[in-house]
Design a protein around this ligand. Structure first.
Ligand code: FE2
Length: 406
């Protein structure tokens, strides 16, 4: 029997979250609930009609039915769970999941800021798109850069939302940061950029690599964008040249051109770390694809070698993680670890071998789910297209144009 999903539950998203939850924390559910403030969870439950979650959801995620008492949350809260105990056991999950997804889950997955000599770096992982957003700040001056922010997008309804951005902005507020820069590593094809919204909220300047002009021209043609769209990079506040330095407070950072995934990819080197965009992924995942328009596996190899020539202790922050089931999402590694373990480009793997592997693998990959909405927003620095005369902004879908497989 399949119960209807509650209104507002995005089933694939919930399933993905739950999978992560099961892997990481089901064994420690008591601790988790303590973190989540079980009192609040149960108060919310008591205020709601019991909501059933699909049986397939329960089975798919290996969750057992149970009541609050099964989870060991019976200290002074029995009065709140009376209703839930009389309905199907799965009804307990909804408020708990909401709470976990909205607060505790994110708080845990963000973890603590990583402290370097002069800077602190806070990561935000978006499980929906596998994207890591970073806030890096000069600990002395509290001037900061935000790298690769995500604007949430619901494909089915066409709605954008700012849940991911709000978490970043909470970090900005809590640490009293002044946002100088909003840095894009490239025009992403998997998520909409939150850069424009963040600029409105923080005043930071949006920057990307200068070769974004080529990407704009390519996709301007593919999407046949309006005449007012000029592929000159003017949608961004600053275009970095290769090797250009810039300041985050008193900390000098360097923009590195690392093309291959796209012609315009940049990495940002800051205080003993480098934010590599879509070049290297975690060592057990490998490297970014190189089959988008303007992508080049040879160029990607050369760019990656450039990154791997940095000092071995250099911290690498990846742009995405697509973890295997055996581990939780990660986003931080080192040059030494990549050189020793990266399944695609560890030491000893030459350019020809890499290109053959990359080309064959890219031939098996589908287009990212959000490539069509993402690109046409991201070449505008995260701004939505201009509205039609009815006041509504529309996205375009070029039919029979992008490759299905290479
Ligand atoms: Fe990308």
């Amino acid at each position: 029997m399949v119960f209807p999903l509650a209104p507002g539950i995005d089933h694939p998203f919930v399933a993905q979250q739950t999978q992560l939850l099961r892997q990481r924390w089901l064994a420690n559910i008591e601790q988790l609930l303590q973190l989540a403030d079980a009192h609040l969870a149960l108060r919310q439950l008591a205020q709601q009609q019991p909501v059933f979650i699909g049986e397939q959801f329960q089975h798919a995620n290996g969750l057992r039915g149970g009541t609050a008492q099964d989870f060991g949350i019976n200290d002074g809260m029995g009065q709140h769970v009376g209703d839930s105990q009389r309905v199907a056991p799965m009804s307990i999950y909804k408020p708990i999941y909401w709470l976990l997804f909205d607060s505790t889950y994110q708080a845990i997955i963000e973890r603590e800021p990583f402290m370097s000599r002069h800077t602190a770096t806070q990561a935000f992982f978006d499980p929906a798109t596998g994207t890591a957003t970073y806030v890096v700040w000069d600990r002395a001056s509290r001037h900061a850069a935000i790298i690769d922010p995500v604007l949430d997008y619901d494909f089915k309804s066409g709605h954008t939302s700012t849940g991911s951005l709000e978490r970043v902005l909470a970090c900005v507020r809590e640490n009293s940061l002044q946002i100088d820069w909003i840095l894009e590593t490239h025009a992403h094809a998997d998520h909409l950029s939150g850069a424009h919204e963040l600029k409105k909220r923080t005043g930071g300047r949006i920057a990307i690599g200068e070769r974004i002009r080529e990407v704009q021209a390519t996709f301007g043609r593919i999407f046949n964008l309006e005449h007012g769209f000029v592929p000159d990079g003017g949608q961004f506040d600053h275009l970095f040249k290769d090797g250009e330095t810039f300041m985050i407070g008193a900390v000098q950072a360097t923009a590195l051109w690392v093309a291959g995934h796209t012609p315009a990819d940049m990495a940002y080197r800051v205080d003993g770390a480098v934010f590599v965009g879509d070049t290297l992924f975690m060592p057990d995942v490998g490297t970014a694809r190189a089959d988008f328009p303007g992508g080049d596996a040879h160029q990607l190899y050369c760019s990656i070698q450039r990154l791997l020539q940095l000092p071995p202790e250099t911290v690498i922050y990846v742009c995405h993680d697509y973890p295997p089931e055996s581990r939780e999402p990660q986003w931080q590694t080192t040059v030494a670890e990549q050189r020793a373990k990266n399944i695609h480009v560890r030491d000893g793997i030459g350019e020809d071998e890499f290109v053959a592997m990359r080309t064959a693998r890219d031939g098996t990959l589908d287009m990212p789910a959000l490539i069509l909405p993402s690109i046409q927003v991201n070449v505008r620095a995260g701004q939505l297209p201009p509205p039609d005369d009815n006041g509504i902004a529309y996205l375009r879908i070029p039919l029979n144009t992008l490759p299905v497989h290479r």
